[in-house]
Design a protein around this ligand. Structure first.
Ligand SMILES: [Zn+2]
Length: 431
């Protein structure tokens, strides 16, 4: 299996015959997850499911950023504590994950605040190695000029590094504009999560990821994933931190980034009024239809959410359901299975893989392969309904429409509806 690695800009072979360790950046829990977040998380869920379906042993770890500028700001806006904010939105995130059928993470999520000793240890280690400095009364900063590879992941120079600086990293006393905060000092007792010689404070944004992955995976592992907008400065900073702390290169073998999601060609934003939460999304499509919409686009490509894209995903689910129901007992074709695998193993090329399924004549192969990505298209039709369906098809074939209508009603009486589609009848349980 080959996977595209953002750092090298090339597809590389995923090692076989041993466990694969993957970490994906989780959410900052300060707001309702939106459809762009869902694209990233559902993609990595499908990726994990597919890897496991091929027999690969995968450990999938995700963090939850439960202390951060945005959370603190939200608490101020809502007149509550940051702990209340992160607790509330973590619960919403978990409910959304469940609703979207995501269950591949290896363990309960690693919350930043549960790993403060590990974070402090890494900050101290960076200082011992000469990569950080203290700004009195402010915090500990990573000196990007000390780490030669800074900017390689995002293909930026040190001068361009300031583009991605966030509020927590803002200080006029920094050595380089792009230096980022590792540990933020605070006089506010509610923001003093630890000290241990650093001074009382809280973690910067980037440090939690590497402290958590070092604890569970060690200083080097296989795959680091996330949304494309995390590539800089977040992932750049992580790479610098971990390689500077351990001296071991490379930090990870694969940087995987899921593409942007736009709505009707526009960037999603609250000010444009096109902000779509996962809850909104699930009023418009089922989780299976959403997965199908993602699969119809390559994961690295931008995805534009439009009414048309929603309709195409729904049609595609319908199409495969009809195929599976109407292709009973066809001969298996090994050729199709091979083509599907080849497409998937080429950097998760799902548009091509779906095309192979469209020409597949074995319903079991279609259903199995979609199930390997978390899409369920099989409807369990009881034998008595199946008998009526066959009778109805026969009467339709011989143009006895009165009889076929009567059979449709009989089927409805048993709790199923029949829809005649251009590719054949589709049976669905009545809601
Ligand atoms: Zn992260």
């Amino acid at each position: 299996m080959v996977i595209f690695d953002t750092l090298s800009g090339e597809k590389k072979e995923l090692p076989t015959g041993r466990e694969i360790k993957m970490f994906v950046c989780g959410p900052t829990v300060y707001d309702y997850p939106h459809i762009g977040n869902a694209r990233t998380f559902v993609f990595f869920d499908m990726f994990a499911k597919y890897l496991r379906s091929t027999g690969i042993k995968l450990t999938y770890l995700q963090n939850i950023t439960d202390i951060d500028d945005k959370i603190i700001q939200k608490a101020k806006d809502e007149g509550t504590s940051w702990r209340e904010v992160s607790k509330k939105y973590e619960e919403i995130y978990r409910a959304n994950l469940e609703a979207l059928g995501m269950d591949t993470q290896h363990m309960q999520f690693a919350r930043a605040t549960d790993y403060v000793p590990e974070i402090i240890a890494q900050v101290k280690h960076l200082h011992e190695n000469g990569f950080s400095y203290l700004i009195e009364g402010d915090g500990w900063y990573f000196d990007i000029s000390k780490y030669a590879g800074y900017g390689e992941l995002a293909h930026r120079t040190v001068q361009q590094a300031e583009d991605g600086v966030t509020r927590i990293d803002d200080s006029s006393k920094k050595k380089n504009a792009g230096d980022f905060c590792l540990w933020k000092l605070s006089d506010d007792p509610t923001l003093q999560l630890g000290d241990d010689g650093l001074g009382a404070g809280r973690p910067g944004w980037h440090i939690e990821d590497t402290a958590i992955t070092e604890k569970f995976f060690g200083p080097q592992y296989d795959i680091h994933g996330g949304a494309i907008d995390l590539k800089f400065p977040h992932h750049e900073a992580e790479r610098a931190q971990q390689e500077a702390a351990s001296g071991k290169l490379p930090f990870v073998n694969f940087w995987m980034h899921a593409g942007f999601l736009t709505i009707d060609g526009k960037k999603m934003s609250k000010s444009l009024g096109n902000f779509m939460t996962v809850d909104d999304l699930l009023t418009k499509m089922t989780p299976d239809e959403f997965r199908m919409m993602l699969l119809m686009h390559h994961y690295r490509s931008p995805l534009d959410y439009t009414e048309q894209a929603v309709k195409m995903a729904k049609d595609s689910i319908h199409y495969f359901m009809v195929r599976v129901q109407n292709l009973k007992n066809q001969a298996a074709s090994n050729e199709n299975e091979k083509e599907f695998e080849e497409a998937m193993n080429d950097d998760f090329n799902t548009p091509r893989a779906l095309a192979t399924l469209r020409s597949c004549t074995d319903p079991a192969v279609i259903a199995k392969n979609l199930a390997s990505l978390g899409i369920n298209i099989t409807v369990n039709i009881p034998p008595d309904v199946q008998v009526l369906l066959q009778k109805r098809e026969l009467s339709r074939a011989s143009k006895q429409f009165e009889q076929s209508d009567a059979l449709r009603k009989e089927i409805e009486g048993l709790g199923y509806i029949v829809e005649d589609t251009p590719v054949g009848p589709l049976v669905l349980p009545k809601n």
